[in-house]
Design a protein around this ligand. Structure first.
Ligand code: ARG
Length: 461
């Protein structure tokens, strides 16, 4: 069997064959294709559409083709166009004419929809596992550096002190939303399309519910036209992956910044850093840079498929074969990024000497001084003005707040008293004792909650 020629008289053009073939990439669906076909053959026998004996020959043949492929003994040929025809052709070779009964009550259009959904379901489960492992790495880093205070930034300017653990838990929250998105996407992927045929449904008395059960699907599709032309589930995965990569790219950027000589807050483990080929002093954060870079291609794959699907008339169109390469690449990129990041995060070292120094610089306690005046009766806006003038004065004198005398403070407001010196980085974070705030008590609680979320998942709850 080669490209189906049907009523045609001429052989296909070689370039056209290569141009239209999907086997160079859809071979990855071989397991899903075989699983789907075995379930289909069994169902056909159960419904009396083929005999039990025929089903047995077909399923045995399919299983042995699976082994041939696993063992790398299989040759994929572009003339056989796609994974579906490739496996069917091999089945015919192996079991003879009876193999031709497998495609009864089925079309490649519902077959490819099935294969892709089986693949997507696996991809989602794999993604959720990797996300959990990565979240666990964030928690471990936070736990191991519980007392470390860093400058929190807005506009990349030091703004207010925060616990490093609080900063890391911000990422935990982002990835928790990603978990939600992938779990949600699973619900709409978990739909069994077989029985839709080419587009209008099939004429045989097949049992779709049985197929769904056999193949582990939660639901069956309700409209055959939609079932063969829907790729929303791929797009949803790609959209969720884009958001997740965006989150990873922000952590990547901070890893790059924080490991620079200028910040110097962290040191990457040598296993996750690269040396420069000409500058011996360098330790480059290539893993983080590549994650930042790969985010672009994942976005691109989402845009590519959205564009491919745009304005396609119902139902199946060959354009849709373009769904696969981007999808596979998105899954591979996301999973490898999550995995390598878990390792990088777990092994990086926080340089407490430098974070400690950084947090003492830059009048980072200015908001706390304003809050101090407010608590003594000054309206916040005027308190803000007073402290702004105080900062400008201290900068002129080149002194940190702690070196200003009480008399100097009182030149700006008579509300300043001796207790102004008890405002420290530690008191600043402790004061933010509100749910979602950076006070050690709150962060402790947030860490415990995060740990519990991960623990519950591991325990299967
Ligand atoms: N290789 C095709 C794809 O990936 C399979 C479906 C082909 N259907 C068809 N009518 N040519 O979309």
């Amino acid at each position: 069997m080669s490209h189906i020629r049907g009523r045609f008289h001429e052989a296909a053009n070689k370039l056209a064959i290569e141009y239209t073939a999907s086997i160079p990439f859809d071979w990855r669906l071989y397991r899903h294709d075989i699983t789907g076909s075995i379930a289909h053959a069994k169902m056909l026998a159960k419904q009396g559409i083929i005999s039990d004996k025929e089903a047995e020959i077909i399923t045995k043949g399919l299983a042995s083709i699976g082994e041939e492929i696993e063992q790398g003994k299989f040759e994929f040929k572009p003339e056989l166009e796609d994974i579906h025809m490739t496996i069917e052709a091999r089945l015919l070779e192996k079991v003879g004419e009876v193999g031709g009964k497998l495609h009864t009550a089925r079309s490649r259009n519902d077959q490819v929809a099935l294969d892709l959904r089986l693949f997507a379901k696996e991809a989602i489960s794999g993604t959720l596992v990797k996300l959990r492992e990565f979240q666990q790495a964030l928690i471990s880093l936070a736990e191991a550096n519980k007392d470390i205070i860093i400058p929190g930034y807005t506009h990349l300017q030091p703004a207010q002190p925060v616990l490093l653990a609080h900063h890391l838990l911000a990422y935990f929250e982002m990835f928790q939303r990603d978990v939600g998105r992938f779990s949600d996407c699973l619900k709409r992927t978990d739909v069994m399309p077989l029985g839709s045929g080419a587009l209008a449904g099939v004429t045989y008395n097949i049992d779709r519910e049985l197929l769904a059960r056999e193949l582990g699907f939660n639901q069956i599709s309700q409209n055959s036209l939609d079932a063969v032309s829907d790729r929303d589930f791929v797009l949803e995965y790609e959209a969720a992956a884009s958001l997740c990569m965006m989150h990873l790219s922000r952590l990547a950027e901070e890893t790059i910044l924080w490991s620079s000589a200028e910040f110097n807050f962290i040191e990457l483990d040598e296993a996750y850093a690269t040396a420069s080929s000409i500058m011996p002093q360098k330790k480059n954060p290539d893993v983080a840079e590549l994650a930042r870079g790969k985010t672009g291609r994942v976005y691109g794959e989402l845009m590519a498929l959205l564009t491919t699907m745009k304005a396609l008339p119902l139902s199946y169109n060959r354009d849709m074969q373009e769904d696969k390469e981007g999808f596979f690449d998105t899954v591979d990129t996301l999973l490898s990024t999550l995995e390598v990041f878990a390792g990088m995060v777990k092994t990086l070292r926080v340089k407490a000497e430098n974070t400690g120094r950084a947090v003492e610089q830059g009048y980072i306690l200015a908001t706390d001084l304003a809050d101090y005046l407010v608590k003594k009766g000054e309206p916040f806006r005027t308190a803000h003005d007073i402290v702004a003038r105080l900062v400008s004065y201290a900068m002129e004198k080149d002194k940190p707040f702690s070196e200003l005398s009480l008399a100097e403070y009182r030149d700006f407001s008579p509300l300043f008293e001796e207790d102004v010196y008890s405002i420290t980085v530690e008191s600043s974070i402790a004061a933010r004792n509100i749910i979602g705030g950076t006070a050690p008590k709150q962060v402790e609680r947030a860490l415990a909650t995060a740990q519990k979320i991960i623990g519950d998942i591991k325990g299967g709850k």
